[in-house]
Write a protein that binds this ligand. Structure first.
Ligand code: MG
Ligand code: ZN
Length: 222
């Protein structure tokens, strides 16, 4: 079998399981976010901030994707929400099959928001739908403004783009205007947020936006 055919088959099998996951999560009106970024952009820190702000209003569960460790899952567990760890054993992205297994391990009753922290990697996670309503991509100012053009798929497929570590921007040569222009050229509908977890900036707006999305999904089911 040719390599192209193998890849096509993998993506087709993933699409089928994605639909299974979607149906299961839709039936319970659970809003699902697939959170993506390269390693070290601050996904877990943003997640901690989101949980601490939202957990009194919304029932949250988290799936943590990681190559080998449970470090991030322990941080989320400390926030007092249910978390399931997926160790990919070196695989560089989550797929719908892994998520199917993970949601088998969560009591979905009453859960309103499921956040999946994908493996730190700006490339292939964007290719695999896992059952999510939306993707959110995080980029930090220390990574450079050239990333949207270098890794367009993640930015193209994301409903929201978070520019994190905004407090550090003055210490970098990050060109914010160029960044916004480049993302816009790939995805003219993306919603932008600027955040800093260490300085606690921009997180209220982000959480408000997410809370509205969760409520929208719930009201569409009634
Ligand atoms: Mg993390
Ligand atoms: Zn991968």
């Amino acid at each position: 079998m040719s390599e192209i055919k193998v890849v096509t088959n993998i993506l087709k099998a993933n699409d089928e399981l994605n639909a299974v996951n979607r149906k299961r999560l839709d039936e319970k009106a659970i809003y699902v976010i697939n959170l993506m970024s390269s390693p070290g952009s601050g996904k877990t820190s943003i997640l901690e901030k989101m949980i601490s702000r939202l957990k009194d209003d919304i029932k949250i569960a988290v799936i943590e994707g990681d190559l080998y460790t449970t470090i991030d899952a322990q941080r989320i567990e400390a926030q007092g929400v249910p978390v399931v760890q997926i160790n990919t054993g070196g695989a560089c992205h989550l797929d719908a099959y892994m998520i199917k297994d993970a949601i088998d391990g969560i009591d979905l009753d009453g859960i309103e928001l499921l956040i999946v922290e994908n493996v730190g990697n700006l490339v292939c996670p964007a290719e695999f739908e896992i059952g999510e309503d939306i993707k959110i991509t995080v980029l930090s100012t220390t990574e450079g403004n050239d990333k949207p053009l270098k890794y367009p798929l993640a930015f193209e497929k994301s409903k929201a783009v978070i520019l994190n570590k905004i407090d550090l921007i003055e210490h970098t040569n990050f060109d914010k205007q160029k960044f916004y222009d480049d993302v816009r050229s790939i995805n003219d509908k993306a919603v932008f947020f600027e955040t800093s977890c260490t300085k606690d900036l921009g997180l209220d707006g982000l959480c408000e936006w997410i809370e509205n999305k969760v409520k929208e999904k719930q009201s569409s089911k009634i």
